[in-house]
Design a protein around this ligand. Structure first.
Ligand code: ADP
Ligand code: MG
Length: 696
């Protein structure tokens, strides 16, 4: 395996330096190993030959068998092309080459039988195929089974590297390869009944049956996920051995007096459970890194506060960081009101904190009289120095990755405990992968008395009715959000529709006050407008998705989302969470134009049928694929899955995780001689510059 990993692809027969460069640039294939791991993305049955007469519009790739009737060279300059008229007895089709014209002229003859492989396209009612792969019938009948179709780029095709070429390279390489050292440990191969590495690679490139292919795929997916899990787990294990946390053995004055005298309501069972988990963690002396997931409105803030109070009881300071100034301010106001009676000193630090106030904060942080610092990213700037920081809460930022977390460690000689809170539910398989280094707590219960939000899908033709129902809510003293999409590609147009929307709303509801926010505003202006709505000096807030995270206005009971079809499911869920935060019945109205695609309608209908964030997140992952889900790079496990799919291979993720766990139990440092190849492979895949064991 090791020499495969190192041997440059240019040394393979038929490749050479020029093609090697192209393969690297276009597909990232640098070494023999990379080539063997460039897998087909789908397969065709080689025995399946289509007839030209039977072609239809939706066929991706087909095989045809027949003869060329004539060849001509047409056009001039850039339009020059070689055109062959191909007939299989059922009909004729044009086959076109735009380059390599001289070569093609010599290569293919009228009258010989060929098998063409390519994507048929229709033009003016006639079928044609551009740059197909062409095989003589004799060369094809020699290879049986299924034919792999490799992912390629246009540039490669133009340089006559097609699926067939890749196949040939792979076969050349495989024919010279007698054994490979299996990167998976023998005991794992046996326990999970996997086929060997070489066998799997041979099959995946040239399967003889569907059964074989399934076995090969399983083995290769397992391998990929196993290494991913191994990487995550070895770091989290090492970290837990190396990094001691501040030990919080005590529950004391702050916690007790708040819990017994100030608690505004009875905690939900889920809140209690989570606080217990966190407490247990903080009492061990191991540094805690915990992800707290809880749907919008589930009461994460109170959990954070109670944990911060435990930190104070043990003589340390705490800090809460929020993604925006508005949110930080809101947290600051909530928290300072709650803890004022028990004598806890809370301060707010953001980008717009005045110098004089900053100086006070700096001083109190240093002498320890400031207990809780709430703020934006400003709190992790290097100049912010605590006397003894024991506990950090990061709110609504599941994107807060390992590198950012690392900056927090530097703030104390012993790294503080970290609680990352998010309302964006992360599907289990993804959490296991991306957040494998975090422990997870879930608040799976809403405070009592909440009425589930009613979600309605409405087309443009019912706009009047929608406005009437907003009117009814406003008359009852409630507030409403109206959200417009703002999409980068066409900012000007989007902004125009937002501004028009704002004008329309003002005209439609002349006796109500309307606030207006979008991301392009100056921060002060934004905060001012937002503040109007938060303080009920405005009844309606017209905005873009800037209100997405965390804002808490319990009196707002209606949310209208314009052009809902332009939002992803998770984003809709986040937005919807801005209502339903008080005791009033809340509504979320998804507005769309009439003609939307079927999948889009299904997506929106899912929103109307459930408010369960986990169901929505799973569906989102299935529809969009994990590639869209941010945070993978930032959370410190940059990876590119080659064959496994986090959305659909959840079961294999679980198996691979268990396997990695057992493996590390048996050989924590991966130092046994029998695990040498596994260890080499692990460092080859995850060749990192930073020692994540110390910072994650
Ligand atoms: P989120 O989890 O979305 O951050 P918050 O912490 O903002 O939720 O809480 C949402 C609302 O629920 C707040 O107004 C908060 O005061 C209230 N709340 C929190 N816990 C409880 C509880 N146990 N019982 C009743 N209301 C609660
Ligand atoms: Mg919150």
């Amino acid at each position: 395996m090791n020499s495969l990993l190192r041997t440059d692809i240019k040394y393979l027969k038929g490749i050479g330096p020029k093609r090697a460069e192209l393969l690297d640039k276009e597909l990232g294939i640098k070494t023999y190993y990379d080539l063997l791991h460039h897998f087909p993305n789908h397969y065709l049955d080689r025995s399946q030959i289509y007839r030209v007469a039977d072609l239809s519009g939706d066929m991706p790739y087909v095989q045809l068998k027949g003869r060329f009737v004539t060849f001509t060279t047409q056009g001039e300059g850039a339009k020059r092309r070689r055109v062959g008229l191909f007939s299989d007895g059922s009909a004729t089709m044009e086959v076109v080459w735009f380059n390599r014209i001289r070569e093609i002229t010599n290569l293919y003859q009228v009258g010989n039988e060929y098998i063409l492989f390519g994507k048929p396209t229709q033009f003016n009612g006639r079928w044609s195929m551009v740059h197909p792969e062409v095989d003589t019938t004799t060369s094809v009948s020699a290879v049986k089974g299924m034919r792999g179709v490799y992912p390629l780029t246009e540039k490669l095709r133009n340089n006559s590297i097609n699926s067939r070429t890749i196949f040939t390279y792979v076969q050349t390489l495989l024919s010279n390869l007698r054994t490979v050292n299996d990167p998976l440990p023998a005991e794992i191969i046996e326990r999970y009944r996997l086929i060997g590495a070489l066998e799997a690679i041979k099959i995946i490139h040239n399967p003889q049956s569907k059964d074989d292919l399934d076995k090969a795929r399983f083995r290769l997916k397992f391998e990929e996920l196993f290494f991913l899990q191994l990487n995550i787990q070895r770091y989290s294990r090492r970290r837990s051995r190396v990094l001691n946390g501040v030990k919080f053995p005590r529950i004391g004055r702050f916690f007790n007096s708040f819990y017994h005298d100030q608690l505004p309501f009875e905690l939900t069972g889920a809140q209690k459970k989570v606080i217990k988990e966190i407490r247990a963690d903080m009492a061990t002396g191991r540094q805690m890194n915990r992800l707290l997931q809880g749907d919008v409105g589930s009461g994460k803030t109170l959990v954070a506060l109670l944990c911060m109070l435990i930190a104070l009881d043990n003589g340390t300071q705490a800090c809460l960081m929020a993604p925006t100034e508005i949110l930080a301010t809101q947290h600051y106001e909530t928290l300072s009101k709650l803890v004022a009676p028990i004598g806890v000193n809370v301060k707010l630090l953001t980008g717009s904190t005045r110098k004089k106030q900053r100086d006070i904060i700096d001083e109190q942080l240093k002498d320890g009289s400031l207990h809780i610092l709430v703020g934006t990213h400003a709190v992790i700037e290097d100049r912010v120095q605590f006397r003894n920081l024991g506990f950090v809460v990061i709110d609504e930022q599941h994107r807060f990755g390992v590198v950012q977390r690392a900056r927090l460690w530097a703030k104390n000689s012993v790294p503080p405990h970290v609680l990352v809170m998010t309302a964006t539910p992360i599907p289990r398989t993804l959490a296991m992968t991306v957040y494998g280094d975090l422990d997870v707590s879930v608040i799976d219960e809403l405070p009592p008395g909440r009425k589930p939000i009613q979600t309605l899908l409405r087309y443009e033709d019912r706009r009047f009715e929608v406005y009437q129902s907003i009117g009814a809510q406003l008359r009852a003293g409630r507030q409403a959000y109206i959200v417009y999409p703002l999409i980068q590609e066409n900012e000007k147009l989007d902004l125009k529709s937002l501004e028009e929307g704002y004008e329309t709303i003002k005209e439609t509801f002349p006796s109500y006050r309307v606030a207006f926010v979008h991301g392009k505003m100056k921060p002060q202006q934004k905060d001012y407008q937002m503040g109007l709505f938060v303080n009920h000096e405005a009844d309606i807030l017209v905005s873009t998705t800037v209100i997405e995270v965390g804002v808490n206005v319990p009196n707002a009971t209606t949310m209208v989302i314009e052009n809902a079809e332009r939002f992803g499911l998770s984003q809709l869920h986040q937005l919807r969470g801005r209502v339903g935060r008080g005791e009033g019945q809340s509504y979320c109205i998804l507005m769309t134009k009439h003609e939307i695609a079927r999948e889009t309608r299904q997506r929106l209908e899912l929103m109307t049928s459930t408010t369960d964030g986990f169901i929505i997140a799973e569906a989102d992952l299935k529809m969009r694929g994990p590639g869209d889900l941010e945070g993978t790079m930032q959370s410190g496990i940059a990876f590119n899955l080659n064959i496994a799919n986090l959305a659909t291979d959840g079961q294999i993720v679980q198996l691979a995780r268990d396997a990695a766990d057992e493996f590390l139990d048996s050989d924590p440092d991966i130092s046994l001689p029998s695990h040498r190849i596994t260890s080499l492979m692990l460092s080859a895949i995850f060749d990192r510059k930073i020692d994540f064991s110390l910072i994650s």
